[in-house]
Design a binder for this molecule. Structure first.
Ligand SMILES: Cc1cc2nc3c(=O)[nH]c(=O)nc-3n(C[C@H](O)[C@H](O)[C@H](O)COP(=O)(O)O)c2cc1C
Length: 182
């Protein structure tokens, strides 16, 4: 198996990360590689935003408030959004927000870049959790990251050294995923 195939096969979403901060330079470098992704019409729709400690604290507060507030909700939100090696947002700026087909294409290009990033991280012993939960739909979170009204929020990515790697997943068989027509 090629090195790339091994990286793809072994990569897992992690949920628990060391809070040791990752270097912003490393993240920038990995994002620059990740955007070497297929992109119809070469619209370069990707916007990666690295959240610093202040914006992570704001995000944690917003998440805690969304969860009803209180000490427990706040502690949970801090653990999730602040105690990670890095937190990245990704959104797609569409060249033609009025054209759904192009919006889909721009989102798809960003999803390719997101997976590139996850694989690059994995190759270095790092991992990510791609998050699209309800906190990502808060207008304040979109505003915090600079995601405009007509942009498509792709997700928040919790990143770091994984403290635990989930067991390998039993993937669906290739039989279901691949058909060879005569
Ligand atoms: C578009 C997208 C959105 C996702 N959103 C979430 C999420 O909100 N929370 C989460 O824990 N995982 C999320 N994930 C990660 C998936 O749950 C994960 O990829 C899946 O369980 C398979 O596990 P694996 O990544 O280890 O192969 C998302 C993945 C994708 C592609």
């Amino acid at each position: 198996m090629s090195q790339l195939a091994t990286t793809i096969r072994t990569r897992r979403t992690a949920y628990d990360f060391a809070s040791t901060p990752l270097s912003p330079d490393l993240l920038r470098e990995l994002c620059e590689v990740a955007i070497c992704a297929p992109n119809h019409r070469r619209t370069a729709p990707w916007r990666f935003v690295l959240l610093g400690s202040e914006s992570r604290a704001t995000l944690a507060r917003l998440a805690a408030e969304q969860a009803g507030g209180g000490v427990e909700a706040y502690a949970k939100a801090v653990a999730k959004w602040e105690k990670v090696g890095a937190l990245l947002a990704l959104y797609a700026v569409s060249s033609r927000p009025d054209d759904l087909e192009l919006v889909r294409e721009d989102y798809a290009a960003c999803a390719c870049a997101a997976q590139n990033l996850q694989l690059l991280l994995w190759e270095r012993g790092l991992a990510a959790q791609w998050c699209t939960g309800k906190v990502t739909r808060l207008p304040e979170v979109r505003r915090l990251t600079g995601c405009g009204e007509s942009d498509t929020f792709v997700g928040l990515f919790r990143i770091g050294v994984p403290l635990e790697i989930p067991d390998p997943i039993r993937r669906h068989s290739g039989e279901q995923a691949f058909k060879h027509l005569p």
